[in-house]
Design a protein around this ligand. Structure first.
Ligand code: NAD
Ligand code: UDP
Length: 312
């Protein structure tokens, strides 16, 4: 049986990945300090013999007994609200945490997969964004703590690959949504859906002209699984190229919920990227991957989840 360590495994994406790796026959060790994650996300896995949970801050060194075949490093605050509140923890988990996770992979001769982000492209001057684009990031702006931590993490992963021959995979994840996002974690989906469900004003930042491209979590997990098993050493974008403005997105959610919420406009956060759309040619070519879940289907499932979560 193969064994994977998933840092950040009690978070939104990490918990879905734990499930997928278990379903693929892996034994899974989830390492998470519950900074932005929750045991609720992995509650249904906790009794299983092939699943272990270690509550630990991966920015501090840690050791794992026994063999490990894959280290998937997903620990990091991911919502702008979270990383603006936790700037130093975000920088530490992207740097020290990545170093520790790489050290574990090297010691165990395991494959290392890094959860990177479309934020490495910053406020992009190239559209759509290809993996070859170096990005336009403000290193000292408030979002820089996240963007630069991830850019450092990519550099560190590539250095381990070049210096130690470590098997490295880097996924640049574009805005992904779905069940298990924390209600009102600050990201747009957990903001808009609960607002629409409660009949509260939907808070669009700026004029809502900025664009994003939203990928449903099951599509992302499939892409990550394929990447892990591929020979792609350089970063690969995984995201849904279906781009829309945030105002259109607010209207789409309002209609999908059947809500009468008004749309209100709030100030645009500093350095909020104006556009974002993945070029997924590489994922199509190398992994035979493309997203399958339409926005309509993905939103239906996510709205159902938030309806139940809010009722609890
Ligand atoms: P999340 O906040 O739900 O999950 C992050 C998890 O990491 C949480 O469980 C948190 O407790 C844990 N964590 C944070 N710091 C830690 C530390 N020092 N030690 C141990 N655990 C720690 O967010 P998510 O959306 O699931 O994001 C997961 C990963 O994917 C992050 O690395 C994020 O940067 C990346 N990502 C996500 C998206 C997205 O759209 N969801 C986009 C790009 C990149
Ligand atoms: N946004 C918004 N209202 C909200 C939360 C977010 O208009 O209540 C906007 C935000 O300014 C950004 C987009 O939605 O332009 C996506 O924000 P999110 O925090 O989900 O992710 P980002 O892509 O900025 O990392």
């Amino acid at each position: 049986m193969k064994r994977a360590v998933i840092t950040g495994g009690a978070g939104f994406l990490g918990s879905h990945l734990c499930e997928r790796l278990l379903a693929e026959g892996y034994e899974v060790l989830c390492v998470d300090n519950l900074l932005t994650g929750r045991t609720e996300n992995i509650q249904h896995l906790l009794g299983r013999a092939d699943f272990q949970f270690l509550q630990h801050d991966v920015s501090r060194p840690f050791e794992v007994d026994g063999p490990v075949d894959a280290v998937l490093h997903f620990a990091s605050p991911a919502s702008p609200i979270d990383y603006l509140e936790l700037p130093i923890q975000t920088l530490k988990v992207g740097s020290l945490g990545t170093h520790n996770a790489l050290g574990l992979a090297k010691a165990k001769r395991a494959r290392f997969l890094l959860a990177s982000t479309s934020e490495v492209y910053g406020d992009p001057k190239e559209h759509p964004q290809k993996e070859t684009y170096w990005g336009n990031v403000n290193p000292i702006g408030p979002r820089g703590v996240y963007d630069e931590a991830k850019r450092f993490a990519e550099a560190m992963a590539m250095a381990y690959h070049r210096t130690h021959g470590l098997e490295v995979r880097i996924v640049r994840i574009f805005n992904t949504y779905g069940p298990r996002m924390r209600v009102r974690d600050g990201r747009v989906v957990p903001a808009f859906i609960p607002q629409a469900l409660a009949g509260e004003p939907i808070t669009v930042f700026g004029e809502g002209k900025q664009t994003r491209s939203f990928c449903f979590v099951s599509d992302l997990v499939e892409g990550i699984w394929r990447l892990l098993n591929s020979e792609a050493t350089t970063p690969v974008n995984i995201g849904n190229p279906h781009e829309m403005t945030i105002l259109e997105f607010a209207e789409t959610i309002r209609a999908a919920v059947g809500s009468a919420s008004p749309i209100v406009f709030k100030p645009l956060p500093v350095d909020d990227p104006q556009t974002r759309q993945p070029d997924i040619t590489l994922a199509r070519t190398l992994l035979g991957w493309e997203p399958k879940v339409s926005l309509k289907e993905g939103l239906e499932s996510t709205i159902r989840y938030f309806r139940e979560a809010l009722a609890r």
